[in-house]
Design a protein around this ligand. Structure first.
Ligand code: ACM
Length: 265
């Protein structure tokens, strides 16, 4: 068994110190956790004015302040952490997530499916959805709007993910229900870590919808946060449950796929 969960908080645009304090407080409140997922862009805020502003708040995945802080916390608390951040990359910035292990490994994933204005601000991801072997199990990482493309979670599951870590900044109302399907159809745990708060920038107002959740392999909700308040939760789960892909006694979720018939894909 491991203890896994999420940390949901109000991300303040452009205020790394305040965001880091909120993240650390939430992480420390989850004493005994083996795996914690934080929101997308959890240290910068979301609604950038332009690419220059993204660049001004973007970080190096190995040596930036977020990586440094998360590495220290992961080691001190013996927890694997997954968090979204703005990544300074060659030729632009990416909407990325880092997975940091207690042993000090830092892995990176760049969001594949950019939502709305993100397409003007970020480079799209250039790597396949990754699965990382960690002390908390095999963790697949995808970011927010990746949920809208079921291929993302399917690829993670086919590559052996037991838990899908899903940092998010949700503004559409359907994700939590859709993640029910992602968990059921792939027989995996999923942890969607959302943020709360409103960003008013350049005449635009975006409200993030909270409701972070942890679902088991049958889509059952083991923990859900309020829609508009900071929250954290951890639950005990056995990642190995996700390895059994037999449904209803006789059907194998992966072996009975008919990829040759999926010609439109
Ligand atoms: C989103 O992908 N942040 C909606």
């Amino acid at each position: 068994m491991i203890h896994a969960g999420f940390v949901q908080y109000h991300v303040h645009f452009g205020d790394w110190d305040a965001n880091a304090r909120a993240a650390e407080a939430g992480i420390r409140a989850c004493e005994g956790a083996d795996l914690l997922v934080l929101p997308e862009l959890a240290f910068s805020g979301y609604d950038f004015l332009d690419r220059d502003e993204v660049r001004s708040l973007a970080e190096d995945p190995a040596s930036g302040p977020t990586a440094t802080m998360l590495r220290e916390l992961a080691a001190a608390l013996n927890v694997t952490l997954v968090a979204g951040y703005a990544e300074a990359a060659a030729g632009g910035c990416c909407n990325s997530a880092m997975l940091v292990t207690p042993q000090g490994a830092v892995h990176n994933y760049r969001k594949l499916h950019l939502f709305n204005r993100e397409k003007e601000l970020f480079l799209p991801g250039d790597g396949v959805p990754p699965v990382f072997e960690t002390p908390a199990g095999r963790i697949g990482v995808m970011i927010c709007f990746d949920w809208f493309f079921p291929e993302t979670a399917r690829c993670l599951a086919l590559k052996g993910a037991q838990i899908v870590a899903h940092p998010s900044n949700l503004v559409l109302p359907w994700c939590q229900q859709a993640m029910f399907a992602r968990s059921v159809e792939n027989h995996v745990f999923s942890i969607t870590a959302n943020r709360i708060g409103t960003e008013d920038r350049a005449g635009r107002s975006l409200t993030f919808t909270g409701g972070s959740q942890l679902l088991d392999c049958s889509g059952q909700c083991l923990a859900r946060a309020a829609l508009d308040a900071p929250a954290q939760a951890i639950v005990a789960l056995d990642p190995a449950e996700a390895d059994n892909k037999v449904i209803a006694g006789t059907n194998h979720l992966f072996e009975e796929r008919r990829p040759a018939m999926y010609d439109a894909l």
